[in-house]
Design a binder for this molecule. Structure first.
Ligand SMILES: [Fe+2]
Ligand SMILES: [Fe+2]
Length: 295
């Protein structure tokens, strides 16, 4: 099964079947299921400077409008790309969980789950002017997700993907929905949020239902740790600023992060991640993560 679940197939499987008749059939099916039709014209960016705290940065404010627009467009692309890769990976996740299900209830749940992710991916692609690339649109958190989908035991995946990743996805998407200035996309995020809440909720229910063995506990701890570290250490905003306006010295970087209140963003995220894990923690996971200074 691992051959089918390697990260290359999970994230970078070809989208195009080159079969026109099949594509028409699929387009018709998706047209009935999507909340927004495909767009061909887009604003420069879907989220403005306030989304990232950039309106508080003297450095950003001192740039000319063209550069500001370039940065905001790139950040929009990165938000969409992370969403796209998460939804794409949901196909393989659903497929693996259908096979690992203990009963028909779970099989049906994951069949619906996979269908939801297929619709979500299409909704995103209907609002993208580009196809995300591994080299230019990657987020380090996806490395852990790919490995977990390939290697994780069933209970590990319930914790790591459904409770943690889907839980994070809900707050990521809800922030993007609130601040999105392109209304069709805003509708899409609101619609997807309802489905993600069901995915997360079913994960919490199942995590509470199944006891986890030592091997699963070890896996859950390792993946959770690497998920949180990669999430908290990735810094798109500084990277994008530097790519477009030159490298910052350490002092300039610190001042920039202070201006955009980055530490507060990270701290708020840590609280959310901890709250999510506490819903299913009856064996000391949060305490272990705190001991390792991950939370
Ligand atoms: Fe999704
Ligand atoms: Fe989901």
């Amino acid at each position: 099964m691992k051959d089918f679940l390697n990260p290359e197939r999970t994230f970078h499987f070809a989208n195009d079947s080159k079969n026109k008749a099949l594509q028409t059939l699929l387009d018709n099916a998706f047209n009935k299921l999507c909340v927004e039709p495909k767009k061909t014209e887009f604003p420069n960016h879907f989220w403005s400077a306030e989304r990232y705290g950039l309106h508080l940065s003297k450095r950003f404010q001192s740039l000319d409008q063209e550069l500001k627009n370039k940065i905001l467009r790139r950040l929009t692309e990165l938000n969409l790309s992370l969403s796209y890769f998460i939804e794409k990976s949901g196909h393989n996740y659903g497929a693996k969980m259908i096979l690992l299900s203990d009963n028909q209830d779970e099989k049906s749940l994951y069949a619906l789950f996979a269908a939801d992710e297929a619709i979500h991916q299409r909704e995103f692609m209907n609002h993208m002017w580009f196809i995300p690339e591994k080299k230019t649109h990657w987020h380090p958190m996806l490395d852990m997700l790919g490995e977990a989908i390939m290697e994780g035991e069933r209970n590990t995946l319930i914790y790591v993907v459904q409770v943690l990743l889907e839980g994070f996805g809900m707050s990521f998407y809800s922030g993007l929905a609130e601040s999105c200035e392109f209304h069709p996309m805003k509708n899409v995020y609101h619609r997807i949020l309802l489905d993600e809440a069901r995915h997360h909720g079913s994960g919490v229910t199942m995590a509470q239902h199944y006891p986890v063995n030592q091997m699963e506990k070890d896996q859950i701890f390792e993946y959770t740790k690497s998920f949180i570290i990669s999430l908290q250490s990735a810094n798109w905003i500084t990277e994008t600023l530097e790519q477009n306006s030159g490298e910052l010295s350490i002092d300039e970087k610190n001042a920039f992060l202070e201006n955009i209140k980055y530490e507060q963003t990270l701290a708020a995220r840590r609280v959310k991640l901890k709250d999510m894990l506490l819903k299913v923690d009856n064996w000391g996971l949060v305490a272990m993560l705190e001991k390792d200074k991950v939370l």
